[in-house]
Design a protein around this ligand. Structure first.
Ligand SMILES: Nc1ncnc2c1ncn2[C@@H]1O[C@H](COP(=O)(O)OP(=O)(O)O)[C@@H](O)[C@H]1O
Ligand SMILES: N[C@@H](CCC(=O)OP(=O)(O)O)C(=O)O
Length: 286
């Protein structure tokens, strides 16, 4: 086991982000409940190991779309917002049921980019997260899709939970962010588009050349942002003193393996702690 992986064993505050693609049965688009059980068990076990855990979960739009019996691809923003409103409530009720099986309390936190940019709102969010973690709760975060796009204008959305999870990691002073995706980690190019893409095990310096490797092409019908938003998230996380791992969400046991220091996914090593850099990034995020 190499040294940089070894340090993952000592992480105390861990943010885990799950993409919609890791939660659904691709054939039907419905929730994969067996996988969700494994996810929740892994997170509860991290809690039992004495760690603070925050889950950033996508899936509201996908779940709402299914609940409403919509078969076509969603194009209209308001239609997506209506689906998110239905789906978020359903998603939370399933998470609550699963977490309660392990006597674990979870809570819902919905954020927008504006919440994070406003000093008072951000301060309140930080304090609320602190209280929740002190109570031993697992906060479950998503973007507030219902209001995000018309809160001021389209610039007010995160638009993807990859960057939202990195902002949350920075807010709560997390020391590890795990992004579960539909792919093993970062490759030199999108493996779904190029045959000779090579897997990258560890990133010590996230330079321009690496940033350009992350394409916005997505591997599933429900994913958004592709690798581009994950690298943007890595930039935010590692600048706020938080290591980040991108790993495959096809097996949620990977979460425990990562925290055991096993060589799973691509590891991005934190290189500094710069609060202003993160805020500046957030301000210019489109
Ligand atoms: N350099 C790259 N390395 C790996 N995957 C990449 C890269 N560039 C683009 N991708 C694409 O990013 C997808 C993962 O992002 P996304 O579809 O948003 O999934 P998720 O919602 O599961 O996070 C991959 O399936 C792949 O097609
Ligand atoms: N907030 C949206 C998900 C946005 C998002 O980033 O989705 P994904 O690329 O699946 O992580 C939802 O809950 O449906």
């Amino acid at each position: 086991m190499d040294g940089s992986r070894q340090r993952l064993k000592d992480k105390k505050k861990i943010v885990v982000k799950i993409g919609s693609s890791s939660l659904h049965h691709p054939e039907t688009g419905k929730l994969d409940l067996r996988k969700m059980e494994v996810l929740v068990r892994q997170l509860c076990d991290l809690k039992n190991r004495g760690k603070d855990v925050i889950l950033v979960s996508s899936g509201a739009i996908m779940v709402g779309k299914n609940a409403l019996g919509i078969k076509k691809r969603l194009e209209d923003v308001n239609e997506k917002q209506a689906c998110a409103s239905v789906g978020q409530a359903r998603l939370m009720s399933i998470y609550q049921k699963l977490f309660s099986e392990y006597n674990q309390i979870c809570s819902q936190v919905l954020l927008t980019k504006n919440t994070m940019l406003d000093d008072l709102n951000r301060y309140n969010a930080v304090k609320t997260f602190r209280e929740l973690l002190e109570f031993g709760v697992v906060p479950i975060v998503n973007e507030n899709d219902t209001i995000a796009t018309y809160e001021i204008d389209s610039m007010s959305v995160f638009g993807d939970n990859d960057r939202l999870s990195a902002v949350v990691a920075a807010l709560v002073n997390a020391d590890l962010l795990i992004l579960m995706s539909d792919i093993d980690g970062l490759y030199t190019d999108d493996p779904h588009q190029t045959d000779d893409a090579v897997f990258i095990d560890c990133v010590e310096h996230l330079d321009r050349e690496l940033m350009q490797m992350g394409k916005s092409s997505t591997g599933s019908s429900v994913g958004t942002g592709g690798m581009a938003t994950k690298l943007s998230a890595a930039d935010i996380a590692i600048s706020s003193g938080c290591d980040m791992v991108i790993a495959n969400g096809n097996d949620f046991h990977n979460i425990g393996r990562i925290c055991d220091g096993e060589k799973v996914g691509t590891l991005f090593l934190a290189d500094r702690k710069d609060e202003f850099y993160v805020l500046n990034k957030l301000e210019h995020m489109v």
